[in-house]
Design a protein around this ligand. Sequence first.
Ligand SMILES: Nc1ncnc2c1ncn2[C@@H]1O[C@H](COP(=O)(O)OP(=O)(O)OP(=O)(O)O)[C@@H](O)[C@H]1O
Length: 363
Amino acid sequence: MAEVIGALQDPATDLPLDALDADIEVGIEDGTVYTSVILGYPCDSQQDDWARRVRAACAPLLADGPLAGAELKFDLFFDVPRTESGDVPESLRAVKNIIAVASGKGGVGKSTTAVNLALALAAEGASVGLLDADIYGPSLPTMLGTEGVRPQVKGGKFFVPVAAQGLKTMSLGYLLTEDTPAVWRGPMASGALNQMLTQTLWAEDDEEALDYLVVDMPPGTGDIQLTLAQKVTLAGAVIVTTPQDLALVDAIKGVEMFRKVSVPVLGIVENMALHTCSACGHQEPIFGAGGGEKIAADYDTRLLGRLPLAMSIRQQTDSGEPTVAAEPAGEVAGLYREIARKAAAQVWMAQGDGGVLPEIEQG
Ligand SMILES: Nc1ncnc2c1ncn2[C@@H]1O[C@H](COP(=O)(O)OP(=O)(O)OP(=O)(O)O)[C@@H](O)[C@H]1O
């Protein structure tokens, strides 16, 4: 039976379970077959789908032979492994995986994607933090309705992250005030960013460790981004782009920047991909079509998903309740959750690559 389950395809990676580091358990007790699968990425919403597929695949084994007539029970679990990161600041030891959300160009919806990705990972059952590292325009407080909040300080040394909509959050927006003079913003911001990275108390102990810290990176691929990518060990990066040619060229720069510093590119998110007319429902690819897919193929990565250009996404995000929180059962939230599962599955797969040492050939 484990073989039959192992041959099932994991929808987040398009690979059979046997090709992944998934645990498959099968036990028999009192005429009931207990089966379970443990994946390495959060997948709470997938329980029913997996149960249906496991039942269908195992049905022939329960119809005939030694297990004929047995009842089948199935459970889906997940256990998020940690990206090994060597020497890290004390505060980041309580974070298992850091995912950067980046864009080559400003205004493509990077922050909107980062906040919805974080909420979607949490909705799938993970414990998640969100760090707004966008020093030029920290938008997290607006998107989560936490404007004016100041983080508490613990022991004179650590910031306590601000809890918002199930996430632990930290933003320069919590530290800089409207009165911070513009000339001070640059230098203060980079100092504050460094402090936020090394002095935020994401969890009190390892038991409470965050599964993921999503970092909303500053837009662009300059020195700040490169330094940030090197300062902490990133589990991977998600690149956000719109289908416009210009944005795609910049997205390629993003992919190349992360590759240069050996950070796995988890995939591309194509934002504002299709416009749906709110009057007649007609859909049009106003910024072009198929670009994200093309980069993904040309640069050996994957398209994690495509988001429509939708008035609801803008309105919800700008009014402090992003789509995944505002309409959790809606179609767009479903897209963000699928992106979240696929990105997290890539983090899991990248760990396999790093963790297994090649065999040393005996000459
Ligand atoms: N798919 C979408 N449909 C409609 N509006 C969107 C979509 N994605 C983002 N927006 C809106 O576009 C604007 C810019 O988005 P956002 O702030 O996320 O971009 P950004 O890439 O992080 O920008 P910046 O470079 O300034 O940091 C916001 O008003 C946001 O609500």
